[in-house]
Design a protein around this ligand. Structure first.
Ligand SMILES: [Zn+2]
Length: 401
């Protein structure tokens, strides 16, 4: 091990027979380096783009969906191409663990680490790792955007993140509509920002010139707004009423369709009843042929009824998910009353504030208007335009070099 460490410290890569996906190893005069394999690198770039921004459908994909997509696209895995890799899966079947490993590996941003695991396969602390520079497939910003989304996903199970931000993935860029990420471009300064991902992905069609938004500025402005709503009973009452009125508007066409489906069901039911009556009247006749015709018609009407009934169920469900139930309204009011009593604690209790944002489903759209940073916020209880107080003046060029 010590000999290996020395070798790595001298800039060697040690990957045995398994260079990371996207690379091949080059061995020259006892010196090993990685070289980009362009056809695999393309897949790596796509994986990062799908995860942090979107695929052709316009939505970001989960690890599960990325795995499924790669398999559906019949992209060959390492195991398909390399006889030396032990294969556990069928041809072209990607594993979620592989996609996960790719999204977590800083190698793709140009930094390969030696000594991640000890002899017993336990993860070594970060300061035991040795970093070696390798050719990068993606930029450090894209890598960080992926880490930011990953941390956000794990937030409820284990709080692994170093920084608190209330609206990661709940912020949307006003100019291009992409979900924004919370990032920390300069670790030593520790400032965190919400940033539109369009500028850092070279393979995206859309790009925008939005500045970065300081997380504390945005979080504080939006938090003050939410606080005002929930601590003032009149505002809360009005917010809930407005929200319900909005939902009724959304539900209106669904309600109309539901009425149509209901009347079609009624019509089919009486048709069915008539058919059954004529079938009964026929019992004593010998006319086999028209009996068969009626049975056939009965079957058709029954199928139609099945179909209409499932449409009715689907509509009823859609309408009810669009509306806040009495119970949900009650729980929002109770929650609001409880936290209103305890606002001072909440000010410092990040996780409770975060839960509140989830409960209220707060969404923030960030953009520039007349040279001012603004936020359009909306939640279950209403919406508002806020100007983001410029605690500091920070422009794109100041942060990223
Ligand atoms: Zn944008």
């Amino acid at each position: 091990m010590r000999g290996k460490r020395r070798k790595v410290e001298a800039g060697h890569i040690i990957v045995n027979n398994r260079p990371p996906y996207g690379y091949k190893k080059i061995e020259k005069e006892n010196h090993m380096t990685l070289e980009i394999l362009e056809d695999e690198a393309k897949i790596v770039r796509s994986i990062f783009t799908w995860y942090t921004v979107e695929d052709e459908s316009g939505n970001p994909l989960s690890v599960f969906k990325i795995t499924r997509k790669l398999t559906q696209m019949k992209i060959p895995t390492r195991g398909d191409k390399d006889k030396k890799v032990a294969k556990k899966r069928k041809q072209g079947h990607w594993a979620m663990s592989t996609v996960n490993r790719i999204l977590n590996s800083e190698t793709y941003a140009g930094i390969w680490h030696f000594g991640k695991y000890d002899a017993r396969q336990h993860r070594n602390p970060d300061d035991r790792l040795i970093a070696v520079e390798v050719p990068a497939i993606i930029s450090p910003e894209i890598f960080e955007a992926a880490q930011s989304r990953m941390e956000n996903n794990q937030m409820n199970s284990k709080r692994s993140q170093k920084y608190n931000y209330l609206f990661n993935r709940r912020t949307v860029c006003m100019s291009c509509g992409y979900k924004m990420n919370a990032i920390c471009p300069n670790k030593s300064k520790g400032y965190i920002y919400y940033r539109c991902p369009s500028g850092i992905h070279p393979n995206l069609k859309q790009r925008c010139e939005q500045p970065y938004f300081r997380v504390p500025d945005v979080d504080e402005s939006v938090w003050q707004w939410v606080k005002k709503i929930i601590t003032d009973p009149a505002t809360l009452e009005k917010g809930l009423a407005d929200h319900q009125a909005d939902q009724e508007k959304v539900n209106e066409p669904l309600q109309q369709r539901l009425e149509v489906v209901k009347s079609l069901i009624k019509k089919s039911e009486s048709e069915l009843a008539e058919l059954l009556t004529s079938l009964k009247a026929m019992e004593n006749h010998k006319a086999k042929r028209s009996k068969a015709a009626i049975l056939n018609e009965i079957e058709q009407v029954e199928n139609l009824l099945d179909n209409l009934e499932s449409q009715r169920e689907a509509l009823i469900e859609q309408i009810s998910t669009n509306s806040l139930s009495e119970r949900e309204i009650k729980s929002i009011k109770e929650y609001a009353a409880a936290i209103a009593k305890d606002l001072d604690t909440l000010q410092t209790d990040f996780e409770s504030r975060e839960r509140l944002m989830d409960l209220l489903d707060v969404q923030v759209t960030l953009g520039m208007e007349d040279g001012q940073k603004v936020a359009y916020v909306r939640c279950n209880l209403g919406n508002s335009n806020l100007s983001i107080a410029p605690f500091t003046t920070c422009h794109k060029g100041d942060i990223i070099t």
